[in-house]
Design a protein. Structure first.
Length: 310
């Protein structure tokens, strides 16, 4: 069957790409989602598989499809409001956490955190409740990849890899201002103040008040209007490490209400979250020894900002 080509350039921004495609094709919502999965849709010349991606005014949407064909969606991995399972076997799970979700309970002892959600996921269909064992954490307003273990022994084996700085941890970050260096490294010792905020200290290791070594590597992906889009690689994984290092350099992560909040704003960043996403996680499987590497797409909030701030 001959394919039809339909295109449009948006006069106004659209909250979702699938709404634009539905208007172009007249197809049902299910078929439209299938079109995205089968590579029928491109935005500004690049393939688009995110049906819910917001689009800026001026974006060009092209659809190439066979009229009358019932495009079917690709089955999705288990997901809920808190996370999406990106990799899972009988030993562990790598999840993509949503922004706004606590990884673990605080002193308030919340019962709907990410660790609770993963435990409930594992408990479905089981006679006894299952437990998710914590390996590492993300800040509540940061999205991205985390690994949980099914047993404490597996969690400890993974923690040992993190302690040895072996896992690959790459973040996407949008920071305020123009970062002048194309790439660089922050190296400092992070300590904690009375308000539990982190800060770099000159106190030598092994003395009272000393901090813990924190090393952050970065590379500029794009310089935008009033902001910089970065690829950040963690050599160590201290609490708030990326946020502190960039805030101390005068380029706080957009949306950060804790570290240099007056600078961490941008007229195009309207989201109640940090512009920080744990995009890639790689480690050695603690049982099989096989390499595990998971990467995710940028969140819609990032994509919208990058389109508007070019």
């Amino acid at each position: 069957m001959a394919r039809e080509q339909r295109s449009t350039v948006l006069a106004d921004e659209s909250p979702r790409a699938d709404l634009v495609v539905a208007g172009l094709t007249g197809a049902s919502r299910a078929v439209v989602r299938g079109m995205f999965d089968h590579g029928c849709v491109s935005v500004d010349g690049a393939p688009c598989r995110e049906a819910g991606m917001p689009l800026a005014a001026g974006a060009r949407v092209d659809v190439s499809f066979e009229p009358g064909r019932r495009y079917k969606e690709t089955p999705r991995a288990f997901a809920n409001h808190a996370f999406r399972a990106a990799f899972e076997d009988r030993y562990l799970i790598v999840v993509e956490k949503s922004a706004g979700i606590l990884t673990v309970p605080t002193v308030r002892r919340e019962t709907d955190t990410l660790v609770h959600q993963v435990a409930r996921h594992w408990s479905r269909g089981q006679r006894t409740p299952q437990r998710a064992h914590i390996v590492h954490r993300l800040d509540a307003d940061t999205s991205g990849l985390l690994v949980f273990a099914r047993t404490e022994a597996i969690a400890q084996a993974l923690k040992a890899q993190f302690a040895d700085h072996k896992p690959e941890r790459e973040y996407a970050a949008i920071v305020a201002g123009n970062v002048s260096e194309d790439r660089g490294t922050f190296r400092s010792y992070l300590a904690t103040d009375e308000d539990l905020d982190q800060y770099s200290t000159d106190v030598p290791p092994g003395t009272p008040g000393a901090g813990k070594l924190a090393v952050t590597h970065f590379e500029v992906v794009a310089r935008l209007r009033g902001a910089t889009f970065l690829r950040v690689h963690l050599e160590t994984g201290r609490r708030n490490q990326i946020r502190v290092h960039f805030a101390e350099a005068g380029h706080p992560v957009l949306g950060d209400l804790r570290y240099e909040p007056r600078l961490a704003t941008h007229p195009l960043w309207h989201h109640r979250r940090l512009a920080l996403h744990a995009q890639t996680l790689g480690f050695r499987h603690p049982v099989t020894g096989a390499p595990v590497r998971v990467t995710t797409e940028l969140p819609p909030a990032f994509l919208t900002f990058l389109q508007k701030a070019k």
